[in-house]
Design a protein around this ligand. Structure first.
Ligand code: CA
Ligand code: CA
Ligand code: CA
Ligand code: CA
Length: 354
């Protein structure tokens, strides 16, 4: 390698360049494809190429291009991948010399390698996950990954698309380096109670012909906030209980539900009456809303109770309901006397109507 470099330098010092020519070819041409009619373009005859033992002199281009002296043409020797040869540079070219002996002459040749659209935009990750609170406000921004396309110019990434969403809009802004920053912006607040998981697809497209694209999944988990109060299934419940029922008798069950999640929906029930003896007679199970007797009920003293019950979630949001309990008489006051008195009444009525 070192010897070759030295030879190249000494050649340059030997004398003037006799001519130069440049070609432009697309990358990925197959082996044997024509690069250019070099003899014709340099004004050399085929026999001069042969007698001068014309050959390519190059530090690195001879693996890709060969000279066919008999035809006076340059041909593809090995498939050229522009992306491997030049990475991100838009201008990609091979430089070499055609060297002839007797007398010594040399010509410089430049072969521009133009890009073809043979790479799709790709995302490094196949999906991105976000956890976003349902209290996030419109205008909140979330940075998305950019796609990479190994091609250049119009064949590189040109645009993005986000589908399908009512809540988010895609926003692109160009950087000084020409790359686009990709963001999604919340347009409409999220509601975990309506949709807890949102799945979007981000698509990147290049501007090549035919157009190529790459996609990435965006998975959004909507985090709960306590934005729903408990709600009782009824505003008023009704129940009956016979007097003298034993302590512990379940009178009724009240139920409230809460659309939120976790502790934001954990309900605690309580009796909220402040006046009267309701709290001495009844209790509510704080967890399941079962209302049961804790006192002894006497129909002769009270025929109806109104129990006020509250439901509260752990965020402090509440609802309330009423439970009306009617006490049923069990005729515990000497039924025989009652019957006697009734029959007395009937007989009195009978007399009075006659
Ligand atoms: Ca390419
Ligand atoms: Ca491309
Ligand atoms: Ca709640
Ligand atoms: Ca919620």
């Amino acid at each position: 390698m070192k010897r070759q470099v030295l030879l190249f330098v000494s050649l340059l010092s030997l004398g003037p360049v006799f001519g130069q020519v440049s070609y432009s070819i697309p990358e990925e041409m197959t082996r044997g494809s024509l690069v250019g009619s070099i003899a014709q373009d340099l004004g050399l005859e085929i026999k001069r190429l042969i007698s001068g033992k014309a050959k390519i002199y190059s530090r690195n281009s001879d693996q890709y291009i060969e000279l066919n002296r008999e035809r006076g043409v340059l041909l593809i020797k090995e498939r050229i991948d522009r992306e491997a040869l030049c990475t991100e540079t838009v201008l990609c070219a091979l430089h070499f010399q055609i060297l002839l002996e007797n007398p010594m002459e040399f010509y410089t040749v430049t072969v521009q390698i133009t890009d073809i659209n043979d790479n799709a935009p790709t995302f490094e990750k196949s999906e991105m996950n976000f956890k976003i609170s349902e209290s996030a406000t419109a205008g909140s921004k979330f940075v998305l990954e950019r796609a990479v396309d190994l091609d250049v110019g119009i064949n590189a990434v040109q645009n993005y698309d986000l589908k399908s969403t009512n809540n988010f809009a895609l926003r692109l802004h160009s950087n000084p380096d020409g790359q686009k920053n990709v963001e999604m912006v919340l347009q409409k607040p999220l509601d975990r109670e309506k949709q807890e998981q949102i799945s979007l697809v981000l698509t990147a497209v290049d501007g090549g012909e035919p157009q190529m694209s790459g996609t990435m999944q965006i998975l959004i988990t909507v985090l709960d906030v306590n934005d729903n109060a408990p709600v009782f299934t009824q505003q008023t419940y009704k129940a009956t209980v016979t007097e003298n029922s034993p302590k512990g008798t379940v009178v009724a069950t009240v139920t409230a539900s809460d659309a939120d999640q976790g502790s934001n929906s954990k309900i605690t029930y309580s009796i909220t009456n402040t006046l009267g003896n309701v709290k001495k007679m009844f209790e509510v199970n704080t967890e399941n809303g079962q209302v049961s007797l804790v006192g002894t009920i006497d129909f002769e003293k009270t025929k109806r109770f109104q129990i006020n019950i509250g439901a509260s979630d752990e965020g402090g949001l509440t609802d309330s309901c009423k439970l009306i309990v009617d006490i049923l008489d069990v005729n515990d006051n000497k039924p025989e006397i009652n019957i006697m008195s009734k029959s007395t009444v009937i007989s009195e009525d009978a007399i009075s109507t006659q």
